[in-house]
Design a protein around this ligand. Sequence first.
Ligand code: TXA
Ligand code: MG
Length: 322
Amino acid sequence: MKTKIGGKELIDKAAKLLKNDEIVAFPTETVYGLGANAFSDIAVSKIFKAKGRPQDNPLIIHIAGLKMLESVAEATPEAVQLFKLFAPGPLTLILKKSERVAKSVSPLLDTVGIRIPNHKLALELIEKSGLPLAAPSANLSSRVSATSAKHVLADFDSLIPLIIDGGECEVGIESTIIDLTKDIPVLLRPGRIKPSDLLEVLPKLRIKDTDQVLIAEAPGMKYKHYAPLVECVMAQDIKSALKAYDKALNPVIIGRKNYVNQFDGKAVISLGQSLDEAEKKYFSTLREAETKYSYIILENFEGEETLAIMNRIKKSTGGKIV
Ligand code: TXA
Ligand code: MG
């Protein structure tokens, strides 16, 4: 199969493919998604096959607006309020699943994740096809997420019919996931929308650091995610980064600008000045680094507002700290 890649001009073709139970990669503000008609088990099964994704790892559904919500999940007042505040945006809500949703979207659960992505082409694609789109991140299972069409092509060339190119993803890390089906809402995956933002709406929020959880709320979190192709560690501090660097073969140090500037004469890649910039560049930088270097040393981001990036670092390094 030849994989077509292009922008807005391919939306009609993409919508047609989706209506015919084919899968299509599309941009969102977080990362690229690999989408299929959420009402069709035949279509959804193609996502699992293309990604090599374990069947019990549920998918989230992308809709174009609140009017589509009831066709896929229970529109509780809390959900509507959160979507009014944060959608379109990088927020996924876990809700009671509607009967119409294909079983394979979340086979073992009576719940489903719903999100309204903040990207013009994604919204257009959903509107044009008239379908809610089940879509995981558009990367091969256990590989890092894709934040450009080029990344998607690297993983899925010849495996999927079409990629919509919407440029580089604005946010760069996946959506914040909140489970609203529990007595106290649970933060399952941290992202750009922070607990402090959510607490403006929710009276309570339980924060579940997924790496510590044994009975996973989000079953996908059992699996090793975001793993670069080469060894990747986080350095406790500058001294240990230098020590690891000297011991390693073809290493690179990755962190914010002020951090990497401290390593004179060493191979470094800057993630930019701010935390937002670092989140945005995180996955694409890992992809770049793994093609050039054999050992990746990451800055220690430990801190208050850094839950989201620390979560991805933990997964990329498998928790390995030097
Ligand atoms: O930003 C995003 O959310 C991106 C873009 C494409 O929208 N999508 C994304 O999908 O990150 P995926 O499949 O890579 O990650 C979704 C996570 C998985 O860890 C999955 O286990 C969890 O959400 N999940 C999905 N449905 C769930 C449910 N009903 N209950 C608990 N966790 C769920
Ligand atoms: Mg993913």
